[in-house]
Design a binder for this molecule. Sequence first.
Ligand SMILES: Nc1ncnc2c1ncn2[C@@H]1O[C@H](COP(=O)(O)OP(=O)(O)OP(=O)(O)O)[C@@H](O)[C@H]1O
Ligand SMILES: [Mg+2]
Length: 375
Amino acid sequence: MAFGFGKPHFLGIDFGTASIKAVELTVENNRPVLVNYGQVSLADLENGTPPQGRSYEEEIVLHLKTLLERMKPESRSAYVAMPAFIGLISLIELPVMEEAELQEAVRFEAHKYIPSSLDEVALSWEVIGTHTVPGEGEKLEVLLVAALNKEVARYEHYVAGAALDLDFLELETFSIVRSIIGDEPGMSLVIDIGSRATNLVLVENGLVRVSRNLDVGGRDITRVLAESLNITEERAKILKRSGKDFLIAPESALTFPSLQMIASEADRMLAAYQAKHSGVQCKQIVLSGGTALFAGLVQYYSTLFKVPVVLGNPWRNIEYDALLEETLRVFGTSFSVAIGLALRGTDTLLKKAADMPFKKPKKEFSLKALFTKKI
Ligand SMILES: Nc1ncnc2c1ncn2[C@@H]1O[C@H](COP(=O)(O)OP(=O)(O)OP(=O)(O)O)[C@@H](O)[C@H]1O
Ligand SMILES: [Mg+2]
């Protein structure tokens, strides 16, 4: 965050596998406004060892510095996300009890989900609702979020290495939901397909309910194209992004096991959730991540699911110069995480703007305040 002519700026940084993406927002007339964005490819690190004997971590810091030199953001601090697959998100049910007792009960319960000692993890939790279990009465629904301290330290190290302060750290799951779904009512399933990983997130009225990760993504699509068409991975990558439809077009349709796996996991998640919460209908499946742009994917998934499948638009609540329309459409869903992070900053400001002057939010290193309390 920075104060340029009195206006605060918020910088969100997403450390993806394929690229580091950053977005800087400010607020004008109570709306988030895009002031800066950028991306640096990590393609040179994707396969094998980094050059010149540097570690992967050192390379990430160097790439981040390059990105910041190009962007020259106003902000000297950042909102940062960690990949969902290094964390844990779990919805647990506990008997109704006082807040003071809850702390103990959650820690006790967390032991069942976290194999390491609780001293080694950053743990955060929030009561997000209640649920009546037949025969057992009312239960509190508590969302548990955890990540290993050493992973938290890794991301602290990245930003410190580029001489930035860390304003806020969260699992990317929450950033994606903030930009793709926001406060939209009803239940949606968000599927964020990146390069190496896929996040599936069941969201109800803007709150994360269930989250799953799969170790598949755009890289696997590139590999199938390279193998099936007998071309190099470099060529396959270009072809993949050319807009040619390899999914639906009858003359060129190929089979992509990774996309099928994602669909099966989505089905499983929806079935399990609906078995437990009868009457809750998923209104849509929203695709996010760079691979959501794969030609024909929305149509392909539309034939597999009973609910409508749409392409997410993380820019939808942000004002930007009309000249950027085309560029931002091409980047599209790959910026969901970076935008969601910067929106966390503007949200803090907008919610507080009415009754108090802007203050720098307290540093939150321990995954605290990951979601708005709505009970
Ligand atoms: N138009 C397109 N068609 C198909 N694939 C695309 C397109 N644009 C980008 N991609 C793919 O999207 C992937 C990058 O997506 P994204 O930026 O969401 O990943 P990431 O965040 O860097 O990786 P991860 O989240 O897995 O760590 C790459 O595999 C890239 O080839
Ligand atoms: Mg990603």
